[in-house]
Design a protein around this ligand. Structure first.
Ligand code: SAM
Length: 221
């Protein structure tokens, strides 16, 4: 009995390792954030697997049941819609409960959005702080103030609909001259890596509607 955490592509379907494909092929079943998304990936690699849903809306009710299913199975794979499960995606709860039940857990290295965004940024990558998503409303300003004080490079995920508002808030909190990099649509056709100051980022992203998936990387204090 073993739970494999299997990273899946964040855009480019080629970004999956040979081992991830083998683990998916050999798994008794796959736990997926969205069974349709994972089934599309499996179909692309000509695999047909039993898939069960494991997502934020059912993880608390399902976790005990899933631990029992994994105990009986030989090997089970956990995927999310994109990137590494457990990173701003469901996974933590199941991993914790599997470990508590003496089930082996192994995370395969692979796709995640924060690492290419950090490395592309050209900002120091020796130490960094990853915050996941910012709070949407309440607590957002306090969180940004806390992030602005960090010495290491700061990384967070942001929605395209909130990006400009967040950058405008950052003007006052981080200062307009702080270096920033905004990675958009990594590994996809319209990939963009904007690098400049916070003030330049505000004018760049205010020009037209922001689309796609975003990672923000900011130089430490
Ligand atoms: N588990 C994923 C990982 O390992 O990166 C993160 C999942 S989180 C629900 C989705 C967020 O990740 C997006 O809103 C965006 O901030 C970031 N993201 C995912 N794919 C991306 C991409 N191709 N380009 C830029 N950001 C991406």
């Amino acid at each position: 009995m073993k739970l494999y955490i299997v990273p899946t592509p964040i855009g480019n379907l080629e970004d999956i390792t040979l081992r991830a494909l083998r683990v998916l092929k050999e798994a008794d079943f796959v736990l997926c954030e969205d069974t349709r998304t994972t089934k599309n990936l499996l179909r692309h690699y000509e695999m047909d697997k039993r898939c069960y849903a494991y997502h934020i809306f059912n993880e608390h009710q399902q976790v005990a049941n899933l631990v029992n299913m994994i105990k009986i199975a030989g090997s089970v794979a956990l995927t999310s819609d994109a990137g590494t499960p457990g990173i701003s995606d469901p996974g933590f709860l199941l991993i914790r409960e599997c470990l508590a039940a003496d089930i082996k857990v192994e995370c395969l290295p692979g796709a995640t959005a924060l690492i290419p965004a950090l490395v592309n940024s050209g900002l120091p990558a020796d130490k960094f702080y990853f915050h996941g998503f910012l709070p949407h409303k309440k607590g957002k300003e306090t969180t940004l103030k806390m992030l602005a004080e960090r010495d290491e490079t700061v990384i967070f995920y942001e929605s395209p609909f909130r990006l400009v508002k967040t950058l405008e808030m950052m003007l006052h909190i981080f200062g307009e001259g702080r270096q920033i990099s905004v990675a958009r649509e990594l590994t996809k056709i319209h990939e963009e890596n904007f690098r400049g100051t916070v003030a330049e980022a505000v004018s760049h992203f205010s020009e037209k509607e922001v689309k796609g998936e975003i990672v923000v990387v900011v130089k430490g204090k």
